[in-house]
Design a protein around this ligand. Structure first.
Ligand SMILES: Nc1nc2c([nH]c(=O)n2[C@H]2C[C@H](O)[C@@H](COP(=O)(O)OP(=O)(O)OP(=O)(O)O)O2)c(=O)[nH]1
Ligand SMILES: [Mg+2]
Length: 127
């Protein structure tokens, strides 16, 4: 089974809202809500990958962050290692750079959105 390492940004703004984004048609887990992030490139540091994906997908530059949780998760077709960073400082305005839908929501609203199974423990920690 293919194996991938993923770095993810859980961005929190000054109103304590979190930034979520919707996976698009044609992507793995299409239609699910997620935190911005993506594949770590060969030789790339985890936090560098998180910052690059955050910039590419929603246009934010992360300035303060900590590793929040790392976990392994196997989907039917794909085996992932996911590293979730909590980003508490950033510059820029979030925008839908890849045509995806994005939203700022309160942590308690996370349960109203359909996230991938790999996110369950992280979401429980954020609620
Ligand atoms: N970004 C993100 N991916 C997640 C989350 N939860 C989860 O299971 N995933 C899975 C979905 C994907 O299989 C993988 C992330 O890869 P991706 O498709 O976002 O990768 P990428 O941004 O580099 O995309 P691409 O250019 O290759 O299309 O991790 C999450 O909260 N955020
Ligand atoms: Mg992505």
């Amino acid at each position: 089974m293919p194996q991938q390492t993923i770095s993810i940004a859980i961005v929190q703004n000054e109103q304590q809202q979190l930034l979520i984004s919707r996976r698009q048609k044609g992507q793995h887990l299409a239609g699910k809500w997620e935190f911005p992030g993506g594949k770590v490139e060969q030789g790339e540091a985890l936090e560098v990958a998180m910052c690059r994906e955050l910039k590419e997908e929603v246009g934010l530059t992360a300035s303060e962050f900590t590793l929040f949780e790392s976990l392994d998760f196997d989907y039917d077709d794909l085996s992932l290692t996911l590293h979730f960073f909590l980003v508490t400082g950033f510059t820029g305005e979030a925008c839908e750079l890849e045509g995806q839908e994005i939203k700022w929501i309160q942590p308690r609203e996370l349960i109203d959105y359909d996230f991938p199974k790999a996110n369950i423990s992280v979401i429980n920690k954020l609620l």
